[in-house]
Design a protein around this ligand. Structure first.
Ligand code: MSP
Length: 648
């Protein structure tokens, strides 16, 4: 089909704050978006997939100041980290928008000006409690604490009382239009439970919204009144239109706006389901079709937070298991919309059973038989029997159910269906016993048929898993000599028997080697470097200043007691003497040292590293060690020193 005449699909992720490096929650939203984008491309639609970063506002201004950086410098560094993670995860975004880009700033100012001219924005005075961390004024019903201040109900931090001249958006005027819109579009917010939450909030009444700040310098200036900057949420939400060509690429904007789906976490639902449509109504834009609020990922049933030290870093998991295992786990484990809990045990179990066994073994076994019995050529099939017909029929049913689930954003259901089919194929092979038939020369046609069927099943499934596991699908295509290229295969041509006999296959490598839980835990939870936002040198050496080095409090520590951390192979729990105090640290050195041999030894620790919980054990510092081939060697001193002595 002519590219231009294809139906379009526009999907977005939230744009991520740049005050911190990406974590598993950011990866989750972005992986969902990527799976949807890939599915839609596979279905022959013209897709636009937008992600990016939210770079203005007080939160970023403060985070940068704490690190002695300009806000834009911090943003530049963190953007590299996001892009690097998206590359490792095979995220196929079409554009990465940054709110500090000129065209975005101009677009936001233009819309602001239009709303001002139309009277939807007006100037007044605002007094209220503002939470810097959430970039949000607290709602008025949050009670005053006895000490005379308010606590932000979302993050638990103390809010600041602000009174300032401010521009307001006339949100109150949109209460009824919003309610009418929700009534006419009951699928606007999904899942349904979230729609109900939004409607009842709007029914309680909407107040006008302060959308500028005089107290924040790091933001887009209000056109014609540069003492004010535009509130970061008004700025950020408009990325969905500026990033799709508004005011700079008419053709792009015409093709893709309104968005088909904004994927967001449930915590930012009100901004997307109430403010955003109201802004759009005021500006006269059509409204997005769906806002999908997904749940939160917890770590072992508890919320992840920096202070608890239990934030999962997707890069560490990726290094061990590759992108597709992580993509599969996150999308398979919970229905989009509900909360999920990440546990290392659950992860390893799921990967070993679904990926290493059900899928990996099926591919390996089948292709090895084709290599051994048919010299690596897909055999020309013998006559079709009833079990063969059944398998083909079940594939057609599976495919249409899987498409319906993908269309409905029910990714976990799609994966469940595919796995039912893979296991049916495993059962088909177990029932047909090709390894026995191979010993009967007269049944060669039957053997050809069975293996042909199994390769058809693998090929068919590879297209169905492609949106979630693109790398694995491509590996399978390479193994079986499939010429298709992602994006050029329409699901309508995906017939079960569309496999040419005579094609040469190549020797398959294991798709998913089994993971060992103990090794996995040792790897994933190894102590991190002190500064998580260290710039990543791309080409040249990245120097730090002496001032930066001096921030590290390096001390001589003496080991008082040592024991293994139960359930891990690499970790030791050490009680250390730091001269003025005793501390506990966890160190990944058990591969090299027995606990007993460390007692009495002295080495260097970073004493001011933020404490972290590693495998449930608190670590209040980190020892220095060299790592060679995954084994740690500790540099000891050549004479005894007083514990606590400074190292510089
Ligand atoms: N900058 C705003 C969004 C502006 S969109 C116009 C923002 N950024 S964020 O970086 O704090 O969060 C981005 C997304 O990550 C949110 O959708 C949030 O719900 C999601 N997650 C953050 N932690 C999460 C988990 N632990 N689990 C799942 N998603 C979570 O908000």
């Amino acid at each position: 089909m002519e590219e231009k005449s294809k139906p379009s699909f526009y999907v977005t992720t939230p744009i991520y704050y740049v005050n911190d490096v990406p974590h598993i929650g950011h990866a989750y939203t972005t992986i969902i978006a990527d799976a949807l984008a890939r599915y839609q491309r596979l279905s022959g639609r013209r897709v636009y997939f937008l992600t990016g970063t939210d770079e203005h506002g007080q939160k970023i201004e403060r985070a940068a100041a704490e690190k002695g950086l300009k806000p834009k410098e911090l943003a530049d560094r963190v953007v590299v980290r996001f892009k690097e993670l998206w590359r490792k995860l095979n995220i196929s975004y079409d554009y990465f928008i940054r709110t500090t880009e000129d065209f975005h700033e101009r677009g936001v100012q233009k819309i602001f000006k239009q709303l001002l001219d139309r009277g939807d924005i007006y100037k007044g005075t605002y007094q209220g409690w503002y939470c810097v961390s959430e970039e949000n004024f607290l709602s008025e019903d949050v009670p005053l604490e006895a000490e005379g201040y308010k606590i932000c109900p979302d993050c638990g931090r103390r809010a600041t009382l602000l009174e300032e001249e401010s521009y307001f958006f006339r949100l109150s005027a949109y209460q009824q239009p919003l309610l009418d819109f929700y009534a006419a579009n009951p699928g606007f917010v999904r899942p349904q439970s979230r729609m109900n939450e939004v409607v009842s909030f709007v029914r309680q009444g909407l107040k006008d919204l302060s959308i500028t700040r005089t107290s924040v310098r790091w933001g887009i200036p209000v056109p014609g009144d540069p003492g004010h900057t535009i509130y970061v949420w008004f700025d950020a939400l408009h990325n969905y239109v500026t990033g799709a060509g508004y005011d700079w690429n008419q053709e792009l904007f015409q093709t893709f706006w309104p968005a088909d789906v904004h994927l967001i976490g449930k915590d930012i639902l009100r901004f997307h389901a109430i403010f955003w449509p109201a802004f759009l109504m005021a500006a006269g834009f059509p409204l997005p079709r769906t806002v999908f609020g997904h749940g939160w990922w917890l770590k072992d049933e508890t919320k992840m937070s920096k202070s608890k030290g239990n934030v999962l870093d997707p890069s560490l998991i990726l290094e061990q298991v590759g992108p597709d295992a992580l993509r599969y786990f996150l999308l398979r484990e919970v229905p989009v919309g509900l909360d999920g809990s990440f546990s290392h045990e659950g992860f390893v179990q799921r990967i070993n059973s679904d990926l290493a066994n059900d899928l990996g073994n099926l591919v390996q076994r089948t292709l090895t038989m084709v290599l051994n019995y048919f010299d690596g050529e897909i055999p020309s099939p013998g006559e079709e029997t009833e079990p063969d017909r059944q398998l083909a029929k079940r594939f057609a049913e599976t495919a249409s159910r899987v498409y319906a689930y993908y269309d409905d954003y029910a990714l976990n259901r799609a994966l469940e269906e595919i796995w039912v089919f893979l296991n049916l194929t495993n059962k088909y092979l177990a029932d047909q016993e090709p390894w026995k038939i191979a010993r009967q020369p007269e049944a060669r046609n039957r053997l050809a048929r069975i293996l042909y069927q199994a390769v058809c099943a693998i090929r068919g499934s590879s297209y169905l898993i492609y949106p979630v596991m693109p790398e694995t699908a491509e590996k399978i295509w390479n193994f079986i000599g499939e010429k298709a290229k992602p994006g050029q295969v329409s699901k309508s041509v995906l017939a079960f028997y569309d496999l040419a006999a005579g094609t040469r296959i190549s020797k398959p490598e294991a798709l998913f080697p089994r993971i060992d839980l103990r090794e996995f835990i040792g790897e994933v939870e190894k102590p991190k470097a002190p500064s998580e936002i260290a710039p990543k040198p791309e080409v040249k050496m990245d120097y730090i200043t002496y001032e930066e080095f001096k921030k590290m409090d390096l001390r001589v520590a003496r080991v008082l007691a040592a024991e293994r951390v139960p359930g891990t192979s690499k970790l030791l729990k050490l009680q250390i003497d730091l001269g003025t105090e005793k501390r506990q640290i966890v160190a990944g050195v058990a591969d090299t040292y027995q606990p007993e041999e460390l007692v009495g030894k002295e080495f260097i620790v970073i004493a001011n590293l933020q404490p972290a919980v590693i495998r449930g054990v608190e670590s209040q510092g980190m020892l220095l060690a060299a790592e060679v081939d995954g084994k740690a060697t500790i540099p000891f001193f050549d004479r005894e020193l007083p514990p606590g002595a400074k190292v510089k």
